[in-house]
Each structure stands twice: as C-alpha cells, then as structure tokens.
Design a protein around this ligand. Structure first.
Ligand code: ADE
Length: 229
C-alpha cells in the first residue's frame, strides 16, 4: 500500500513513521510512504503556501496553487482510491475506517494547517475528510501519522503474528482483555489462575468475558454496537 502525504511541515512525519513497526513494514516493501513539501510546489520567491482569508478574520488559509500543482503531478502518475484531507470537520477515524483503508492501494493525504485549506481544493480533489477526534491539533501531520500507523499495521505480513491485529481492541467492537507478564505475583497482586493453567479453551473464554465486561463498563456505546452486530 502506498501513502502520499502533502504537507507544509513534512519533518513532523519523519519520526512517527520511521521507527518500529512502520519502519519494518516499509523495509519489507509492504508499505510505502512518500511525503511532499508543499513549498516545493510554489512559484514565488517567498515560497508562500498560505495567504490572508478573503473577508478578513484571524489566521491564514492554505493557497490553492501549490496544492493543486502537487496533486495534479501525483494524479498524473497513478490513480488514488482515496484523497483524504485531515481536519477536525471530518468523519472520525475508527477501526472500521482503518480496515477499509487497509484494503486500498493508493491513498493521498493532504495535511491541513493554519485556518485550513481554500474550500475550492476540498471541492475539487478531496474525497474524504478525516478527523482523529474532537479536539484541535496545530496541524494535520500528527493526524496523518495516526492514519498511516493504524492502517499500516493491518496490512498482511506487517505484524509478526498476523492474528495479533485481529485481537486488537475495536477489531470486533470490543475492547481488548487485560494482559499480564512475569512475574506471576507482583506486590501481592496475582495473575488470574486461568492464565497460568495452560488450558487454551478456558483462557479464550476468560478473555472473551473480560472483553465483554470491560466494554460494557468503559464503552457502553461500543457495547451497543457489538450487540447489534
Ligand atoms: N487537524 C487539526 N485537528 C485535527 C483533528 N482532530 N483531526 C484531524 N486533523 C486535524
């Protein structure tokens, strides 16, 4: 799968996407992430990517021309399954959307900045606006990194044990059960006996019950979704 990410601050994407699982996914050739600095697509000597909003008001607006130049170049090279704009106005990213995106080949992401992007770019190029939650970031790069990470880890072969993505929280609208490692007793707190029993079926049943309990208690909204299937 290939992600092309357009940004005014591509440096912000470097660290989250070049370590650990994302690095391995790229080294294995399962994931490609290309970043583009929108300043490289400007034609003026100040390399200006933003301008004052028509009608006045605070903040700057991302200009059409550099974004269009970059997107046109990319669209001439390949077709994209999705052109995402990261914005708090978008649909909220959840595991279902991550699963859907993980089945795509080419996804472009435009990172929002300043007061946002000229509306005409949204109308012309963007096929989905995605928010990572009801709060405002200072730029869309961290949101883009969240999208790439949460989608990239679902690609077949990226995680060592493929079943581990299937047992994630949310994968079936349930939260994950508690986990423990050695020592079996720590500060007088014991690991549940069943996990030490070696009895696989009982362990599975215990984990499933814990998932249900945890979801009911912490995320009743998710639990409703789970019941509806
Ligand atoms: N840009 C600013 N805030 C954002 C958010 N919550 N999600 C996606 N992009 C954003």
């Amino acid at each position: 799968m290939r992600f092309d990410i357009l940004s005014v601050l591509p440096e912000l994407l470097e660290s989250p996407l070049n370590h650990s699982i994302m690095k391995r996914a790229q080294n294995k050739g399962l994931l490609e992430v290309h970043t583009y600095n929108l300043r490289d697509y400007t034609t003026d000597k100040h390399r200006q990517v933003d301008d004052y909003p028509f009608g006045g008001g605070a903040g700057m607006v991302m200009k059409c021309e550099p974004i269009a130049a970059c997107m046109d170049e990319l669209l001439a090279e390949r077709s994209y399954d999705m052109v995402i704009y990261t914005s708090p106005d978008g649909v909220t990213l959840d595991q279902h959307l991550c699963n859907r995106l993980s089945m795509m080949d080419n996804v472009m992401i435009l990172c929002g900045h300043y007061k946002g992007v000229d509306e005409r770019i949204r109308e012309t190029y963007i096929t989905m606006e995605v928010s990572i939650g009801d709060y405002v970031l200072s730029g869309g790069e961290l949101a883009a990194a969240v999208i790439v990470d949460s989608v990239g880890r679902l690609l077949p072969g990226v995680l060592n044990d493929e079943s581990s993505a299937l047992s994630d929280s949310f994968q079936d609208d349930l939260l994950a059960p508690p986990v423990f490692t050695r020592p079996a007793e720590w500060r007088e707190k014991k690991v549940p006996d069943v996990l030490l029993s070696g009895h696989e079926k009982n362990i599975d049943t215990w984990r499933y019950e814990q998932s249900i309990e945890r979801t009911k208690k912490r995320r009743p909204d998710l639990y409703e979704k789970y019941l509806k299937g």
